[in-house]
Design a protein around this ligand. Structure first.
Ligand SMILES: [Fe+2]
Ligand SMILES: [Fe+2]
Length: 281
């Protein structure tokens, strides 16, 4: 029977990434060493694993689904706690996070985060899921990343419908003309929509690559909306669709379940989807 440490070792062997990265943070000239966030949050490396679940983030609904399905190891892309932090870090807990920690500990579910390693791969495993879910594998522009696509010409509202259907997003937000014809599409999932340290990066990407459309995960509204209002007022024939962090990256974890099933054929792997947080009235 495989143990938690065997599952992690098999994944790290198939998708290696640095244990420590040297990163230059915004507004600082001094590079900083950042350890990988791909660590075990709950459980024990020696625990046996009978069934694996992959998910975008370990929220309560995901834990309950995992318990109901007999899953004893969850692989999560984002932190196990709220606030962008993991339970492995020293952090103030409130009564919600304390209750959640207690429930996870009582459940006995092992939780390992797989974030940095997914994004380190070429192609990025999250973008692999994105391409597969949308059927855009043949439209990707060759390059170091999978952020740019040349799709058959369509309009913005047709892409909105595609995103709603395939990614289960309730209401994507649209900037620009829904009838605009588009072919050159840029995609920045998750925090990529906020520029990953350079808030102007999404706009530079749009303009430098002469894209028709940007599809974005998270955005920084103060910066992004000012740009778009000015750009549209000045006659820019471009558009953006904002789909949020969760639903822009979740398809990568669906893909990971398939990837793992071929890597570890003797153990069942299932994808744990989580409902969009927002209601729109
Ligand atoms: Fe993310
Ligand atoms: Fe991510």
């Amino acid at each position: 029977m495989l143990k938690v440490k065997d599952v992690i070792a098999a994944i790290k062997n198939a998708a290696p990434s640095p244990e420590v990265s040297v990163v230059k943070l915004p507004f600082s000239d001094t590079p900083k060493e950042i350890p990988s966030c791909d660590v075990l949050h709950f459980g024990d490396p020696e625990n046996e694993v009978h069934k694996i679940g992959t998910t975008f983030m370990v929220t309560m609904d995901v834990i309950q689904k995992a318990q109901a399905q007999g899953i004893d190891m969850i692989i999560t892309h984002e932190p196990s706690n709220c606030g962008g932090l993991d339970f492995t870090m020293p952090l103030p807990l409130n009564r919600i996070t304390e209750a959640k920690r207690d429930l996870i500990e009582k459940s006995g579910i092992n939780i390992w985060r797989f974030h940095d390693g997914m994004h380190y791969q070429k192609p990025d495993l999250i973008y692999m899921g994105w391409m597969k879910e949308l059927g855009w594998e043949n439209y990707v522009v060759p390059g170091p990343n999978c952020h740019e696509f040349r799709i058959p010409e369509t309009d913005v509202k047709s892409i909105v419908e595609l995103l709603k259907e395939r990614l289960h997003i309730r209401v994507p937000r649209v900037i620009g003309d829904p009838d605009l014809k588009v072919s050159k599409v840029g995609v920045l999932v998750g925090g990529g929509g906020q520029g990953l340290g350079n808030p102007n990066m999404p706009m530079e990407f749009l303009l430098d690559h002469d894209l028709d459309l940007l599809i974005l995960g998270d955005i920084t509204e103060l910066i992004m909306c000012a740009f778009w209002k000015d750009a549209l007022a000045l006659g820019l024939q471009k558009a953006a669709i904002v789909i949020g962090h969760h639903k822009s990256e979740e398809c990568g974890m669906k893909y990971l379940a398939e990837w793992l099933a071929s890597l570890l054929p003797d153990i069942p792997v299932t994808f744990l989807e989580s409902e969009d947080c927002f209601n729109f009235l």
